[in-house]
Design a protein around this ligand. Structure first.
Ligand code: FES
Length: 105
């Protein structure tokens, strides 16, 4: 199991990165929301696009939003709360190591 080092985003911000998953490179992101960190694969469960085809735009008020058709996701657990998606975002394993994060697909 390989953990990837990722820079911590500031409150309300996002860090995008690539992560290896079963020998495939995938888009991923980590957010800081209300002082906690949450990491997800950057792939909308509706049609598979990245959430931020408007680059770097993930948040719509308190929700994560897919820019393609406007699906909204709970930032704490990735659950779909509105829109055409049938399920939520895929959450990634995360360890907070004080000055950085370790993330695993
Ligand atoms: S691709 Fe995300 S809502 Fe359609």
């Amino acid at each position: 199991m390989t953990w990837q080092t990722v820079v911590k985003p500031e409150e309300g911000k996002v860090t995008c990165f690539l992560i290896m998953d079963d020998s495939l490179e995938k888009n991923a992101f980590v957010i800081c929301f209300q002082g906690q960190f949450y990491a997800y694969e950057n792939r909308c469960p509706h049609m598979g696009t990245t959430l931020d085809w408007v680059e770097g735009q993930f948040f719509s008020e308190q929700w994560l939003m897919c820019q393609t058709h406007g699906a909204l996701f709970n930032p704490i657990n990735g659950d779909c709360v509105s829109g055409p998606c049938s399920h939520g975002l895929r959450r990634l394993k995360l360890r907070d190591e004080q000055d950085h994060l370790l993330i695993h697909a």
